[in-house]
Ligand binder design. Sequence first.
Ligand SMILES: Cc1cc2nc3c(=O)[nH]c(=O)nc-3n(C[C@H](O)[C@H](O)[C@H](O)COP(=O)(O)O)c2cc1C
Length: 179
Amino acid sequence: MIEMQVMTRPDPAQIAPSPTQWRQAMGCFPTGVTIVTTWDELADGRPDPVGSTINAFCSVSLDPPLLLICLDLKNPIRRALERTRLFGVNILCSDSHRMAMRFASEPLNDRFVEFDWGAAEGGAPRLHAAPVFLDCQVQDIHAAGDHLVIIGRGVGAHIDPQPAPLLYHRGAFPRLSGQ
Ligand SMILES: Cc1cc2nc3c(=O)[nH]c(=O)nc-3n(C[C@H](O)[C@H](O)[C@H](O)COP(=O)(O)O)c2cc1C
């Protein structure tokens, strides 16, 4: 009887958690916080740096160097990233909470105002306040539900002596004890 239960795959549509429940469950997993950057094109053809706060980020492979990010289909940097096929991952430190919120809510083309940045060797915009920067080219894009899984191939990595990271857990930015 127990064996039968283990062998039977229930219909996911009948038992699936709601998007809200899924988001709540995923939010229990603590992560760091990044800002993913690339270039938009203004109406007059000039390039304009754009970015989005992203915590769905992880390492994939060391040789070759690969990482992945998950991007909401509605994320405003999506088109720019698909067009340029290059992006940077700026890993934030604990005092960059305001920057994280700005890159999650301001109008797309206003997000870099106030912050120091420059183009990295591989081409992507680098935010100088971020202690770690990973310069990437898009290797693959996989559709997955309401997100895209974007595999980036590293073409550069800059690491400053690392201060404490910005953390994200259950919708808040907690501090590590001792900070
Ligand atoms: C801490 C945090 C983590 C986020 N992680 C992701 C993510 O992994 N993928 C994603 O597409 N959006 C993520 N977002 C949301 C985007 O930053 C946000 O939807 C987008 O930049 C805002 O654009 P909009 O206001 O035009 O929708 C995150 C937001 C926050 C505050």
